[in-house]
Design a protein around this ligand. Structure first.
Ligand code: ADP
Ligand code: ADP
Length: 219
């Protein structure tokens, strides 16, 4: 599970994230919704220990992310699919990630198939991939260590409707097996069909959170 307690991040005069608190439970998909610049990426980076908070803290599986031993075996993270090394092929990208995680190459091949990247794509360099293909590769990498938690920043960006449907099925299945999913989006329609709970952020602050029913009845 994920626990976020009063996370705040200031960059000089700019408050990117202000007093953000929420929890994500096993078996649920939480949609982290807000417009561009709302503070989603900054929050996810703080949860994953990549950006130090100004104040507040976050725990994943009960501890700060940086204290998890071999985190990729427990938490699958995809924060920026466009940051993958352009010079490696999809297959090389996952093979390298598998070696770093200590999982076997067969698992990497299995994950490439699971995310629907065909053989002619995995043999090509990532620099020639569409954003949607990069998202699929990023999800394959996030799933590599058989994690219990998935943290994904805008994973639907660049996916076509079929891709969004595929991702929805994959994340729903992951949660239905007891996994915890946190995914951000700036578009309600990308997450409304998959998320059990929503956390809505604007201007760095939580403006609403709850189940679909709770949010609809609060209107
Ligand atoms: P989102 O992911 O919702 O689009 P971000 O978390 O990327 O939002 O950004 C929230 C706010 O914080 C924005 O105003 C952004 O410009 C600002 N911000 C993010 N990172 C930095 C940084 N490294 N330095 C200064 N400002 C930043
Ligand atoms: P996203 O929309 O995915 O959050 P951004 O384009 O907002 O991506 O940010 C990309 C990178 O630039 C991030 O590492 C973020 O921290 C940094 N960044 C964003 N806004 C600013 C800013 N105003 N000043 C400095 N760095 C920033």
């Amino acid at each position: 599970m994920i626990e976020v307690n009063a996370l705040t991040k200031r960059y000089g005069e700019v408050t990117a994230v202000a007093d953000v608190s929420f929890r994500c439970e096993p078996g649920t998909v939480t949609g982290f919704l807000g417009p561009n610049g709302a503070g989603k990426s900054t929050t996810l980076r703080m949860i994953c220990g990549l950006t130090p908070p100004t104040s507040g803290d976050a725990r994943v599986l009960g501890v700060p992310y940086r204290r998890i031993a071999n985190p990729g075996r427990h938490v699958g993270v995809m924060l920026d699919a466009s940051a993958q090394h352009p010079g490696r092929t999809g297959r090389e990208t996952l093979a390298l990630a598998a070696r770093l995680l200590g999982v076997d190459a067969g698992r990497a091949e299995e994950m490439l198939r699971k995310v629907g990247l065909p053989e002619n794509a995995v043999r090509r360099r990532v620099g020639g991939y569409s954003l949607g293909m990069r998202q699929r590769l990023g999800i394959a990498q996030a799933l590599l260590g058989d994690p219990r938690v998935l943290i994904l920043d805008e994973p639907a960006n660049g996916l076509d409707p079929e891709g969004i449907h595929w991702m929805r099925t994959l994340l729903r299945d992951f949660a239905d097996r007891g996994g915890t999913v946190l995914l951000s989006s700036h578009l309600l329609r990308e997450v409304e069909a998959v998320a059990d709970r929503f956390v809505v952020i604007a201007g760095g602050r939580i403006v609403a959170q709850g189940t679909r029913g709770e949010l609809l009845s609060a209107r």
